[in-house]
Design a protein around this ligand. Structure first.
Ligand code: NAD
Length: 294
């Protein structure tokens, strides 16, 4: 049986087109253009690339996009004031603060300052609470993108054992809630694994679907998976490479070439989960505009 290489880029383009069409209809009906503000603190090259891509995609979908670049020395109070102004703006419906933030700024305080109705990253405790109650409003973009990747490739997690590696607030934890929900794209039995999990291999070798979000290159090896497994690789790791012009190449958390041979379906890095994250962020921004203009 040939392994399905899940094309996240193609599915993300489909979703972006759907969002662009809906944005147009929404604009025609309500005369409102959804507006997304992205706040970037510091000049981390990877974060800058993500923010540029988010801005470009928002504009291509017919939305307004504002990027606020701040130096890494910005005071926490100044950042809180900027968020307060965005909370009050009629032009901005979605606010995203690119994480991580410098260590002198409390991520918790910043996330909690964002008005929950504009929290398109879904990280505010109000929104994460709704998700854990099984009635989500804004689902964090990466977990939402993973659910779409599964559903749009006929890989419904319903009834399956899903092992999630990594318990971060942006990927692992909300994903565990999402995939175990009693709804379409849910109904999975989830093992949420992390750095303190004993006998990880015992769990991964019984999983029908493995989602790796750890940040360790090639962590998941072929001996850790069963035949016919579905693999979603969230990891984005830079590996030094002299044969690449930019001096590095991107790899995931999965030893792709070997694990692929045992898999029913697998996402590549790049071109798997990454593009879906942006598509779902746009979908959340449109939802935010609709909720605020209802
Ligand atoms: P993180 O870096 O905050 O945390 C890593 C998680 O991995 C922790 O929960 C930790 O318990 C777990 N972990 C570490 N070692 C482990 C081990 N040996 N066994 C099991 N679990 C272990 O996580 P994050 O922010 O979710 O990022 C994870 C990776 O996903 C990174 O490479 C990041 O760049 C990537 N990422 C990609 C996207 C995307 O859009 N594709 C989005 C977010 C994050």
């Amino acid at each position: 049986m040939e392994t399905l290489i899940i094309d996240g880029k193609k599915i993300a383009e489909e979703i972006k087109l759907e969002v662009a069409n809906e944005t147009k209809s929404f604009h025609n009906a309500c005369l409102v253009t959804p507006g997304l503000a992205v706040v970037l603190v510091g000049d981390d090259p990877a974060s800058s690339v993500y923010v540029r891509n988010k801005q470009k995609s928002a504009i291509a979908s017919g939305m307004k996009s504002q990027t606020i670049n701040l130096p890494s020395t910005v005071r926490e109070q100044d950042l809180l004031n900027i968020i307060e102004n965005l909370n009050l703006s009629n032009e901005i419906h979605g606010i995203l603060v690119q994480l991580p933030l410098p260590s002198h700024i409390s991520e918790e305080k910043i996330v909690q300052k964002i008005d929950p109705i504009k929290d398109v990253d879904g990280l505010h405790p109000f929104n994460s609470g709704l998700l854990s109650a099984g009635t989500p409003r804004f689902i964090p973009a990466t977990p939402a993108g993973i659910r779409e990747l599964l559903l749009r490739n006929d890989l419904d997690p319903d009834g399956k054992h899903v092992a999630i590696l990594g318990r971060s607030n942006i990927v692992g934890r909300p994903l565990a809630n999402l995939l175990s929900m009693k709804s379409i794209g849910g109904n999975a039995t989830v093992s949420l694994c992390h750095s303190r999990t004993n006998n990880l291999k015992n769990i991964t070798t019984t999983a029908d679907i493995i989602i790796a979000a750890i940040g360790i290159p090639n962590f998941l090896t072929e001996d850790m998976v069963k035949e016919n497994v579905v693999i979603i690789d969230v990891g984005i790791n830079r590996i030094e490479s002299t044969s690449h012009k930019r001096g590095y190449r991107l790899v995931g958390d999965v030893e792709f070439e070997k694990v692929k041979l045992k898999s029913k379906a697998i996402t590549p890095v790049p071109g798997g989960v990454g593009p879906m994250t942006i598509a779902m962020l746009l979908s959340n921004t449109l939802l935010a505009a609709k909720l605020q203009c209802a």
